[in-house]
Design a protein around this ligand. Structure first.
Ligand code: PLP
Length: 388
């Protein structure tokens, strides 16, 4: 793998095959995937219904010009609009989460005529574009860590200049698994709307059951005007979507929008999105993920009670984290390395000294128990110096 551009640390294990939450390397060694790729394979790897749809649709029709959306695209749009509760709305399919969030942000600017968008400073929105840069000419950033009380936060926000509020309800992209406070989110939504602005929920990570509900915004009892989807929507295949209310769609179309990308509304991605939603419903995966996530979190919380090195266990649904206190020889990174050697793939964020767990909603309880046992062994060996 000497010809793969190094954009970050690369682990040189050669994975060749996968089944649900298990990955196999070329020697046949099995690893349990607690990361779901980059939090994408919500139904697990190689789900038979997903593999079948890929094979069937690829043989029939993978790609069409953007002028020719067919019935598969329409059916996928209806399925997405139903789960986000925009039954009369409209939907566009793109390829990545970054594209979906950027498209949504540009939509808000176009529809409201206001350039500045509001978001939390620690929300990850995209890898590039205006949403990736979050520059001060285009974004007003609210840091809820230093002003968790709604009243003090709201005073300085120029709501009359704000086109919309972009909520990332997964607390995830920045890696810290911290969720924005309910009251603050509700007040930002209310004040943005009172001033004529729109609300978009960035569900690229939080959506498709990751946080124990279909969507992260449902934890806040709000209904956004736009929803950006990615990751779990394609279960590992690059398809994303922006769904919007009828009102927003009508205004956007009336504005004379012209937008085309090579893979916009591709039948292959749309057939997958439609099937992913159907599998989630048929297998009750939102409920199953929420229940197993609660079990998993309880296990992590037991670790936090038992071992002084653990600062906190936290999470929602299947988006969980275990944060450590600073230590001379132990960190999230060393824990990650040990777990990898033991055959467990987890996420870790050095900046937060946190391990992150985002398994597929289809993971077996037994795998969760094995990971918890392994963690217990790892933490047992961490010596905490006692103060004299
Ligand atoms: C919350 C959030 N938004 C947007 C993105 C961007 O999605 P993508 O990497 O598919 O472009 C990510 C990716 O991790 C994310 O976590």
């Amino acid at each position: 793998m000497n010809h793969i551009l190094k954009c970050h640390d690369i682990v040189k294990t050669n994975f060749v095959r996968a089944e649900n939450c298990f990955l196999y390397d070329e020697l046949g060694r099995r690893y349990t995937d607690f990361e779901s790729g980059i939090w994408c394979t919500a139904l697990g790897h190689s789900h038979p219904r997903i593999s079948q749809v890929v094979a069937t649709q690829a043989a029939k029709l993978m790609h069409l010009g953007t002028r020719y959306p067919n019935t598969i695209v329409e059916e996928a749009a209806l399925a997405v609009l139903e789960i986000v509760h925009f039954e009369a709305g409209k939907c566009v399919f793109l390829s990545s989460g970054s594209e979906a969030v950027e498209f949504g942000a540009q939509t808000i600017r176009r529809v409201t005529g206001k350039n500045i968008l509001l978001t939390f400073s620690n929300s990850y929105l995209a890898a590039y574009g205006s949403a990736g840069r979050k520059n001060i000419e285009d974004w007003f950033l609210v840091d809820w860590n230093i002003c968790p009380e709604a009243d003090t936060c709201l005073e300085n926000i120029p709501f009359d200049q704000v086109g919309g509020f972009v909520l990332e309800p997964g607390g995830s992209g920045s890696g810290f698994v911290r969720f924005p406070p309910l009251q603050l989110v509700q007040e930002l939504v209310q004040k943005t709307r009172q001033a004529g602005g729109l609300v978009m929920s960035n569900e690229v990570t939080a959506g498709m059951g990751r946080t124990g509900k279909w969507f992260g915004f449902q934890h806040y009892e709000i209904q956004p005007d736009l929803v950006a989807l990615g990751k779990g929507l394609g279960n590992g295949y690059p398809v994303s979507a922006v769904a919007m209310s009828r009102d927003v769609a009508e205004k956007l179309e009336a504005s004379g929008l012209r937008y085309a990308q090579s893979h916009q509304n591709d039948p292959l991605g749309c057939s997958l999105a439609k099937e992913v939603i159907a599998v989630m419903r048929d297998e009750n995966l939102i409920e199953k993920g929420a229940a197993l996530g609660a079990y998993f979190l309880a296990g992590l919380q037991r670790c936090a009670e038992k071992y002084a090195i653990v600062r906190e266990a936290r999470g929602r649904g299947m988006l969980l984290g275990l944060e450590f206190h600073p230590h001379e020889t132990f960190s999230a990174e060393t824990a990650y390395q040990t777990l990898l050697e033991q055959g467990f793939l987890v996420g870790y964020y050095p900046a937060g000294n946190i391990l992150r767990f985002d398994p597929a909603l289809t993971i077996e309880q037994e795998s969760v128990e094995q990971l918890l046992d392994c963690l217990d062994n790892v933490l047992q060996n961490v010596q905490i110096p006692t103060l004299a």
